[in-house]
Design a binder for this molecule. Sequence first.
Ligand SMILES: *[C@@H]1O[C@H](CO)[C@@H](O)[C@H](O)[C@H]1NC(C)=O
Length: 359
Amino acid sequence: MGARHRTAAAPPGMPVSRWPVLALQAAFLVSFVTCNDAPPVPGDQLHIDRTSVPELCPRSVKEGDFVRYHYHGTFPDGTKFDSSYDRGTTYNVFVGKGQTIAGMDKALIGMCVNERRLVKIPPSLAYGSEGMAGVIPPDAVLHFDVLLLDIWNPEDKMEIKTYYKPENCARTVQVSDFIRYHYNGTLLDGTLFDSSHQYGKTYNIVLGSGQVIMGMDIGLQDMCVGEKRTVFIPPHLGYGEAGVEGEVPGSAVLIFNIELLELIPGLPDGYMFVWNGDVSPNLFEEIDKDQNGEIFLQEFTEYINAQVESGKGQLAPGFDPAKIIENMFKNQDRNEDGKITEAEFKLKDQEDKERHDEL
Ligand SMILES: *[C@@H]1O[C@H](CO)[C@@H](O)[C@H](O)[C@H]1NC(C)=O
């Protein structure tokens, strides 16, 4: 006899169920029988009762998916033998790979996130006639109240859904741009784990500079100011197996609703300062305001800031200007004595013809 699916109560000829009342009351019952030629033995079947099915089910569990679920395990008399709730963490497995008992591997198939199933597993699909020392007696039927919280598959890619796009969009977000955005981060089961709104201000980053998880760096790309999107991030582009202590469980899919509020175009890749026009031929003299032949950090900083303020130069947005300027200064101060001489300046200039963040 092969596997059999049905959506009604016991068909004719079905052996007397060990749970006749439940079987009749079940709104939806699926029975799996292992493939063998002998007639089914009472209590040797897997019973699945979908006790709570969410309205929306964009995806259901397939073999090979990774799932996170909670369960409460009891014997038919109601005695608890194990519960993930007691441990405070979900049980996580790849489905259909023997990482859990055979009955559970089957029972998880087809489940939606936030679906709840009452699963009754015969010993042949659980711990058999041996049981499990000290926990499961021989030939035990196991009942599991299962709640599915998360599904993903190693093949999953990022998914980006734009639900509002403004008509005017001169430039979209590129790597190195400085952006300000709001976000709500939830898990697949709807749990909110983080939101910029709770801090009362936007989240600000330079895109592609490693300030956020990889999935977010990807998810924000090409957004317009004013655009709103939902980004689905598989764990390997999110917080991975570790998660974030107390906030995000390990191996969790992340959903971010994002609204981009501001974009300041970044400098070309690798540049921290650029001139908008031609560079003065008497640069050293101009910076060396007191004309003593040495440029100190303060003179240097004042000069660069003046260039930025007058629109002649630009610093990379999203970084501390003082830090950038100090780095530029140190690059010129070859002997690290805290001042730049004209000789150092010239030498550096020739040496760095190919470099970007120099004067
Ligand atoms: C986040 O959720 C709050 C409350 O539902 C909502 O007002 C806000 O617009 C959301 N933010 C984003 C960026 O979706």
